[in-house]
Design a protein around this ligand. Sequence first.
Ligand code: ADP
Length: 471
Amino acid sequence: MEILHVSAECYPVAKAGGLGDVVGALPKYLNKQGHIAKVVIPMYRTKFLYAHEWDVVHKGYTNLGNWWFEFTVIRERHNVLGFDLYLVDINGLLDREKIYGYDDDSERFTAFQIAVLDWLSAWQHQPDVVHVHDHHTALIPFMMKYCYKYAGLSNIPTVLTIHNAQYQGWMGWDKTIYLPRWDTWRWGMLDWNNHINPLASGIKCAWKVTTVSPSYLEELKYMSNGLEALFEYEKGKCSGILNGIDVDIWDPAIDAYLDNHYSIEEAEAGKAKNKMLLCEQFGLDFDKPLISFIGRLVGEKGADLLPGAIGDSFYHIGRRMNFLVLGTGFPEVESALSALKPLGQYDYNVYIGYNESLSHLIYAGSDFLLMPSRVEPCGLNQMYSMRYGTVPMVRRTGGLKDTVIDVGDKGGYGLSYNDATVGDITHAVWRATELYHDHKKMNEVRTTMMELDFSWDRSVRQYVQLYTGLI
Ligand code: ADP
């Protein structure tokens, strides 16, 4: 079976979050199971681009409304990622360093999707499935069905995976001119609340829709930034498939970012060496439990609650733990976290920024990983942390609910709480501190977590079953 993944991110070429991790891993594991999975993303100006060799496979000329442009599709020559990787270059739109955050993101991603479909129309054969990810590529199912130019592609099944439904790519109806000539009777397939809503359009037009965890799909029916009724209406074609993690990269025994490797048997000593490095680098106290946070400093992740929870923990529980935060996001949250620094001389520090290598050291060297998310479609951090023997402290939501069982429940290994509030987090911090000092229990929990299987094999089997049902 041949599957073409179309996405805005793909690790290690371009990653802003979990979407990148998934698109960098799922195709590789599909290939390992004997399928042909390919990935196409925009050609941003990232390090990976300059460090690898490429062949030009297609050149085209097309238009975004009145603007005509040339585009080039290149393919990485040596298959270094374990799948064919294609990049689409559009000068003036995609030739930038960052993935998102520009005023013309609607134009950038619409042009990208048009270029991809123009290129696909020129293929000698057709893939069995086109799999798109999040709103940046969610107009593709509509265009394949209703743009006259792509009539030849209309019988190819499409799958939309929703990694995050908060962002939907809304555009005014004035931007309808960007789409290649389409069947205007079908305007309802683009519209949601008087806007073109690419994510809503994808949900309506894709043959199947998946979310990255079963619990997230249930939550979207009553909390999805305005799309609740649509998820309820389309529930028949929706399913939740939990992400896996790339165990070739995320394995403390071989992790390329770590100097001190460890397996389950020597986890306690191995983690201690990594913790020592972190404590030296950030001026923390090795003898106290280290509770870390890694992620985007935004409301969805509950990052705004961190300053209050850290302050309250010190005040109510005492200075019995360290906190370390790695992240970037809302300036207010960044400054509130930076402002806490003088308060915690030897038991708190923060690194504002994106740092892949530091994130690996934190997963390895921390005792606990805090995730007070308000929304968590799947969440990869808790799976990485468990593989590295670090106890996740999660709010019961979305994928966190599906992957972490509280240590107080039968067979449990994590710390869970119900609400994204300072009070619930502080209580979890107290529980973490108690658990840390129960040496026997801590070792038991660590071994249980590290033995859990979050590999992609299970999820890939579910995707293959879904694709098979379509063709
Ligand atoms: P989301 O995609 O919503 O941000 P996920 O849990 O799905 O959340 O994925 C987050 C990924 O991004 C993980 O691989 C995490 O380690 C990584 N990450 C997030 N923020 C940072 C950061 N500041 N530095 C390094 N890695 C980060």
